[in-house]
Design a protein around this ligand. Structure first.
Ligand code: RFL
Ligand code: PHB
Length: 391
């Protein structure tokens, strides 16, 4: 098999890249190790930055998002029994975000790819990327019980944190920057209308909690739990009790309960692999970097990477200049590090560190007070949350 761009992974990064290249008249093949149902149902991100929503629209993948997605003009910060709303448009000159689940983005992109795009092979597991520094890199993969080879001009590793693409970068040329956290998020999906019309980020002595949503009738809720917690060890009623404690306000706000349909624990990690390019192999999305979910940045960063790659390759095709391809890694990393900073700050401000001193806890509250009382501090959060400019 031969193609111009071999794409490993059909998460949001790989699927959107295939769509953008198709629009630019560049052919690609997507290899995905899991089946279609898995790709379309894996519960993950829920917030699209305005720039991400614009990219999906421009790629012809925004129709259902515009019909079913929920535009959000702010979030609520909850601390010390108080509530503070961060008004995004008012603080950023008009920006907002979209609540539209990653599962739905993936469904829309899979449907478009199968109807109009190049090959998208499910249950096709990439085994290795070889010859990244030659003119003809190849992806070895296994599909329908047979091993095969995909010859490419370029390979883009969109295969997530546990994929194989990153391994093709020699250790001597790689630098990894990371931080692990002693906590994770217990996430539940519940058939109950969200108890607030915007997301609520709560800082509480017992730990962080987040109220999010998937639709007007489905809530998505998270609780900070110790790293390594087994989700099944938390009975549903105890989850609701704990959520209620952490969201408690002095004005008597109530959390509505409903049947829990899914629960799982997500570990938290900050991770950056530099560089994001080795020869003709490019890394995009979680394959190159991970952020803790507090800033809602992971999916949006993946989109930024593939937009940067698609623009760079289109430029090379149109002008013969590899200038933008050569700038791929530093261009992406500037945005990645801003998102890492934002995600770390949000995480530090809202989570309970088991070893935190009383002094540090007071500092957390002072940070939240500052955002609530100083327009510049609020604007900094609003700008970070609604997104750093693409390119
Ligand atoms: P993905 O989605 O992990 O997709 C990688 C794909 O590659 C496949 N794969 C392979 N295919 C072939 N051969 C191999 N050897 C392969 N190895 C792996 C995998 O099966 C998979 O299909 O990476 P991608 O595309 O880079 O997308 C990244 C996002 O999924 C991720 O950053 C976000 O989900 C992070 N995230 C959030 N991001 C946001 O922007 N906003 C949010 O609100 C948000 N909330 C979250 C999140 C992530 C969470 N979890 C579970 C980590 C909330 C949570 C709880
Ligand atoms: C979600 O809805 O899954 C979600 C929303 C905001 C975050 C993280 C996750 O910061």
């Amino acid at each position: 098999m031969r193609t111009t761009v071999g794409i490993i992974g059909a998460g949001p990064a790989g699927l959107l890249l295939a769509r953008l290249l198709h629009g630019a008249g560049i052919d690609s093949v997507v290899l995905e190790s899991r089946d279609r149902a898995y790709v379309e149902q894996r519960q993950r991100a829920g917030i699209l930055e305005q720039g991400t929503a614009d990219v999906l629209r421009a790629a012809g993948a925004g129709e259902r998002m515009d019909r079913e997605g929920l535009r959000h003009d702010g979030i609520e910060l909850r601390f010390a029994g108080r509530r503070h709303r961060v008004d995004f448009p008012g603080l950023t000159g008009g920006r907002s975000v979209m609540v539209y689940a990653q599962t739905e983005v993936c469904k829309d992109l899979v449907a478009l790819q199968l109807a109009e795009g190049g090959p998208l092979l499910f249950e096709a597991e990439a085994l290795a990327v070889e010859g990244a520094q030659s003119d003809r890199p190849v992806v070895r993969f296994r599909h329908e019980g047979r091993e095969d080879v995909l010859e490419c001009d370029y390979v883009v590793g969109c295969d997530g944190h546990w994929g194989v693409a990153r391994r093709a970068v020699p250790a001597a040329l790689s630098q990894v920057f990371e931080r692990t956290y002693p906590f994770g998020w217990l996430g539940v999906l519940a058939d109950v209308a969200p108890s607030h019309d915007e997301l609520v980020y709560a800082r509480h002595e017992r730990g962080f909690a987040l109220l999010s949503m998937r639709s007007p009738s489905v809530s998505r809720l998270y609780l900070q739990v110790p790293a390594g917690t087994d989700a099944q060890a938390w009975p549903d009623e105890e989850i609701w009790d704990e959520l209620e404690r952490r969201f408690e306000t002095r004005d008597g706000w109530r959390l509505a309960r409903g049947p829990v349909t899914q629960k799982s624990v997500t570990p938290m990690r900050s991770y950056v692999h530099e560089p994001m390019r080795h020869g003709r192999l490019f890394l995009a999305g979680d394959a190159a970097h991970i952020v803790p979910p507090t800033g809602a940045k992971g999916l949006n960063l993946a989109v930024g990477d593939v937009v940067t790659f698609a623009r760079a390759l289109t430029h090379e095709r149109e002008t013969g200049s590899a200038e933008l391809l050569d700038a791929y890694s530093p261009t992406c990393l500037r945005r990645v590090w801003q998102a890492e900073r934002f995600s770390c700050d949000m995480t530090a401000m809202l989570h309970r560190r088991p070893e935190a001193t009383a002094f540090e806890e007071r500092l957390q509250l002072a940070r939240l007070e500052r955002i609530a009382s100083c327009r510049a501090a609020g604007a900094d959060l609003a700008e970070g949350y609604t997104g750093f400019p693409l390119g």
